[in-house]
Design a protein around this ligand. Sequence first.
Ligand SMILES: Nc1nc2c(ncn2[C@@H]2O[C@H](COP(=O)(O)O)[C@@H](O)[C@H]2O)c(=O)[nH]1
Ligand SMILES: [Mn+2]
Length: 250
Amino acid sequence: MRESGGNHFAELQSIDEVYDAAVLDALAINKQQLQLLVHSGSRGLGQFILRQHIEQHGHRGLAVDTADCAAYLLAHQQAVQFATLNRRLIAQRILLRLSANGQALLDINHNLVLPAQMHGLQGWVHRKGATPADVGPVVIPGSRGDFSYLVLPLASDLSLNSLAHGAGRKWIRSECKGRLSPRYTVAQLSRTKLGSHVICADRQLIYEEAPEAYKPAENIISTLEGAGLIKVIARLRPVLTYKTRGECCE
Ligand SMILES: Nc1nc2c(ncn2[C@@H]2O[C@H](COP(=O)(O)O)[C@@H](O)[C@H]2O)c(=O)[nH]1
Ligand SMILES: [Mn+2]
């Protein structure tokens, strides 16, 4: 259950461009202050619940009005809450180290199942790597060397009220080191073209997570905007990114 893996990062960001000052003010975001974006989840608890479920039920669904379904949803909800607390703890630890203060502004989950009514039908929406578009403003991150965007989702049944949860990968992880090690040393990868700093002790992960491995965030944002799914509030510039695979640090 300690296993987690994946891409966990925390990033200090400055407000680089403001497109909707009124919404930014309503969110109590002060342009003079840095923002802290924490991307982490249930640290393997969600994966553990899934494995247990598959051992017991295979890949069959569960009927809604059963004890098994209620037990699954309870465990799932606890994992979602655990993930929220995990992000809060990471943020608190970072703020403590920086001798800084901060308050939580947004908390979004992009891997979960929720009851939903769409197209007049009551059912379930399963999101895996998809950001909800019905919970107010969200951040769509780019990469450690690209801009992220604070956006206002515009609800749409057509997209199942869901958005891209980030720019998304261009290269699979296993290709990155081979492509990039002839071009960059680990030390060079600790700075980005936007002038930000990267702290990553894992010499494989620093290549896997290089900005070159991701699509340009601007393309994803303009596509979502063009499809009428978002309104951009502000562009966020990375200042310092801390990255791990999510292993325990005690
Ligand atoms: N601002 C940053 N964005 C990042 C970084 N690493 C990845 N990303 C983006 O986040 C999404 C979500 O990640 P996932 O692991 O859940 O797929 C990803 O698609 C990238 O676009 C980062 O260090 N800083
Ligand atoms: Mn994620």
